[in-house]
Design a protein around this ligand. Structure first.
Ligand SMILES: Cc1cc2nc3c(=O)[nH]c(=O)nc-3n(C[C@H](O)[C@H](O)[C@H](O)COP(=O)(O)OP(=O)(O)OC[C@H]3O[C@@H](n4cnc5c(N)ncnc54)[C@H](O)[C@@H]3O)c2cc1C
Ligand code: SF4
Length: 566
């Protein structure tokens, strides 16, 4: 099977640009800088998944889960899902070539303009007009659109009924999914979505417009070199102003270069794009080793007011459990993982706004859903579903809600020995969770069901909230007293004396960690837009030349063999 990533033995000692991580921030940076003719390497700790290789059964899914607490970890360090169980809040992120895009629902929304009116953002973001440019470019490459038959799906209709009753708007949600066969901007032929509902365990059709089928193959086509199963530990500034990147093999591969497990590389420019947890951890480690950075590092963590919750025991069939591809039930359609959302708007108070999406559980989880709901005493229904399968009985009426809103961004990262620790005392008492609880009870109640905040509350998950939208840690600011990076993603230099806006030349953070507050919408489009905007600034600052035009259809390659773009 062809792949985008190269064998680690081909890693060179020096690059113009080293990009750490391959999600939205990393993918955009790799594509644009490779198009500018730079010698680019992308280092990703996870593995490459080609279309068709995502988990389709529970045993496969289970082996793609790494769970870490403050004292232990279980599961492979290169598993597709990385779940951090915290004392105050839990965080789920994706791990693999393409980052979170591999396992997300692809919901792509711009935030309310009031979000950027917050003084927490550096003023330049509002002033230079490039953010809008960034969004346009992000939309041109990820091509979000609503499911063309959104309103026909049972899960959509259940929420739409509640929206009407609650006086809320219902909206067909734009998702980064191809609903028709097409040649995408990276020149890959993508088939049409089959409405299998498995977006959150990875698209085995090739219809989801992930980073792995858009920005990354474009980067490779323009000469970037991608390497997987390499975990970056820290970066060091060399006396000549260039950067040293220290990494280790994260999986079964050895570095093939001798000299033990340590990998030392050099670059003129380093872009940290390892996600909110990854980039913050690398900068904290680098600071511990002497890099002078803002003392705001680790602060302003936000969970984006995000929760995944359920409506159980309803009387209406919602068919919100994926069937996968090849389909486990012929002729059965679930829709994309999200097709619509109920929106509560408040013109006086942005924080009170929320959206609730009609999520779907991916099919590999289906066999354990009855077991998940057992501790809450729903034995009878669970047994019934074990007999009839989750596509009939009570689990055919199980609603999955993805909710987004606003929180106070008061979480804080620190290193605890070798582990990244996230603390947020009082996280579960953030007012957003109570507001969402009230709303979700009404939505579940509309079809006769009950709101279940967390069916795993009786386990190690406890009562703490969990998020799949971690933001912050390396938040933007106008100077080092209020942020870790500036509006371009350049890291402030805390050792530069009086000048509080001085930066470390050639060191960037470009991913969700630079977002200093909740967005109130799912974050991928904003992360991508900020990355596209950062690239426009880099182009001007370094005198680079690149365009972002799509690759011509005449060079099209099959999405199931992305290596064919090389
Ligand atoms: C189940 C799920 C559903 C979601 N649904 C949506 C949705 O519908 N819409 C939306 O907007 N958002 C959604 N999200 C969130 C979204 O996917 C993330 O916000 C987004 O992927 C973050 O992008 P990023 O560029 O910051 O980093 P990521 O996409 O997290 O990429 C960072 C990459 O860096 C790698 N990395 C980390 N540390 C290191 C290291 N030390 N060395 C090398 N590599 C490293 C990681 O393995 C990862 O591949 C969802 C997330 C999950 C988990
Ligand atoms: S619904 Fe299925 S085919 Fe469509 S994007 Fe999601 S995983 Fe892919």
């Amino acid at each position: 099977m062809s792949r985008l990533a190269k064998p680690v033995e081909q890693l060179r000692d020096r690059y113009d640009v080293i990009i750490v991580g391959s999600g939205y921030g990393g993918g955009v940076s790799a594509s644009r800088l490779a198009r500018a003719g730079k010698k680019v390497a992308v280092l990703e700790r996870g593995r490459e998944f080609v279309t068709g290789e995502f988990p389709s059964r529970f045993p496969e899914l289970r082996s793609e889960l790494r769970i870490s607490t403050q004292s232990m970890s279980s599961g492979s360090p290169t598993a597709l899902y990385d779940l951090r169980i915290g004392e105050d809040i839990h965080v789920l992120v994706g791990c693999g070539l393409g980052g979170g895009s591999l396992v997300n629902a692809g919901v792509s929304l711009r935030p309310d303009p009031r979000v950027f009116g917050d003084e927490v953002w550096p003023g330049q973001l509002r002033q230079d007009g490039l953010l809008d440019d960034g969004y346009r470019r992000a939309e041109a490459w990820l091509r979000p659109s609503p499911h063309p038959r959104a309103g026909e799906f049972d899960k959509y209709q259940a929420i739409a009924g509640a929206a009407e009753k609650m006086g809320c708007q219902m909206r067909n949600t734009p998702v980064a999914v191809s609903f028709e066969e097409n040649v995408n901007p990276a020149g890959l032929i993508q088939p049409a979505c089959t409405s299998c509902g498995d977006c959150c365990s990875g698209c085995n059709v090739g219809a989801k417009n992930t980073v792995a089928v858009t920005y990354l193959p474009d980067a490779v086509r323009h000469g970037a070199e991608l390497f997987t199963e390499i975990k970056v530990q820290r970066i060091t500034k060399r006396p000549d102003g260039t950067w040293q990147v220290e990494a280790r093999p994260s999986g079964s591969k050895t570095n093939g270069k001798g000299g033990g497990d340590q990998i030392l590389l050099e670059a003129d420019v380093v872009i940290l794009a390892a996600g909110t947890l990854g980039s913050t951890e690398i900068l904290l480690r680098s600071a511990e080793a002497g890099l002078a950075v803002s003392d705001r590092l680790g602060q302003r963590f936000s969970a984006n007011g995000d929760i995944i919750a359920f409506g159980y025991g309803g009387s209406q069939v919602v068919n919100a459990i994926g069937v996968g591809h090849p389909s486990k039930i012929e002729g059965f359609e679930v829709g994309s993982s999200v097709t619509g959302q109920l929106e509560y708007r408040d013109s006086d108070n942005l924080d009170f706004e929320y959206a609730v999406q009609d999520g779907a559980m991916p099919s590999p989880i289906a066999p354990v859903l009855p077991v998940m709901f057992l501790p809450n005493g729903r034995l009878l229904g669970a047994v019934q579903s074990l007999i009839s399968g989750v596509y009939k009985g009570p689990f055919a009426r199980l609603q999955t809600f993805f909710a987004v809103s606003h929180d106070s961004a008061s979480g804080r990262f620190a290193l605890d020995g070798d582990r990244l620790n996230l603390s947020w005392p009082g996280a579960k008492d953030e007012p957003v969770y109570e507001r969402l609880g009230v709303a979700l009870s009404k939505i579940a109640g509309h079809v006769g069901g009950s709101y279940v905040q967390n069916p795993l509350a009786g386990t190690v998950m406890g009562q703490q909230p969990a998020t799949a939208h971690p933001l912050g840690g390396c938040g933007m600011g106008s100077e080092r007293g209020d942020g870790v990076v500036n509006h371009k993603g350049q890291v402030f230099d805390a050792g530069a004396g009086q000048d509080s806006t001085a930066i470390h030349r050639g060191l960037y953070v470009i991913d969700g960690s630079i977002i200093p507050r909740s967005l109130g919408v799912n974050p991928l489009l904003t992360i991508t837009a900020l990355a596209e905007r950062a690239m426009l600034h880099m182009r001007a600052d370094f005198g680079l030349s690149f365009d972002t035009e799509p690759v011509g259809a005449e060079q099209a390659a099959d999405v199931t063999a992305p290596g064919a773009v090389q």
